[in-house]
Design a protein around this ligand. Structure first.
Ligand SMILES: C[S@@+](CC[C@H](N)C(=O)[O-])C[C@H]1O[C@@H](n2cnc3c(N)ncnc32)[C@H](O)[C@@H]1O
Length: 152
């Protein structure tokens, strides 16, 4: 446990705006950020539909990644799940410059949304894995001790 994290924030699940919560966290206090934000495609969550201009959304998404990077420990890991296009913008406009390394994984995601006679459907989501330093702690197999990557 990080000594300067206020104790009510430990081992608790909060329902609130992610920025209000992260603002309360000290710099470099978090081992991992896993972010699966709304994708700005009008999907309803709890009766609320999230849509704004793409530019506004990317600005918000970059601010989210910046705040995540601030709270992340030097040896921590960040993961961002989103549509491929949103993650491409986040990666090129921010993560590639701000992080030591960014890697992309694919989540195969069959969907009933977005079918069109004019094109195929995007049936995957992108997961960006960003590291702050080459010394990220990473446990590739369950029960294994920390592995240091020898080939990036
Ligand atoms: C793609 S869904 C993620 C679902 C989640 N992975 C799960 O399994 O429940 C996006 C979620 O982000 C929430 N959300 C959107 N904007 C938020 C914000 N500013 N702060 C906190 N949560 C937010 C939405 O209410 C929704 O539950």
């Amino acid at each position: 446990m990080h000594p300067s994290i206020p104790s009510p924030l430990i081992d608790t699940v909060f329902l609130g705006d992610v920025f209000d919560l992260m603002r309360q966290l000290p710099d470099k206090s978090v081992d991992m950020v896993l972010s699966d934000p709304d994708y700005n495609v009008g999907v309803k969550y709890n009766g609320k539909s999230y849509t704004r201009s793409f530019e506004e959304y990317i600005e918000w998404y970059i601010a989210l990644a910046k705040e995540s990077l601030r709270v992340l420990k030097e040896d921590g890991n960040m993961f961002f799940i989103n549509y491929p296009k949103q993650n491409a913008y986040l990666r090129v406009l921010f993560l590639d410059k701000a992080c030591y390394d960014v890697h992309e994984y694919v989540w195969v995601y069959n969907t009933n949304v977005g079918h069109s006679p004019k094109r195929f459907t995007t049936a995957h989501r992108s997961i960006l894995h960003a590291r702050k330093s080459p010394n990220n702690r990473f446990y590739k197999d369950p029960g294994s001790s920390a592995l240091s990557e020898s080939h990036g």
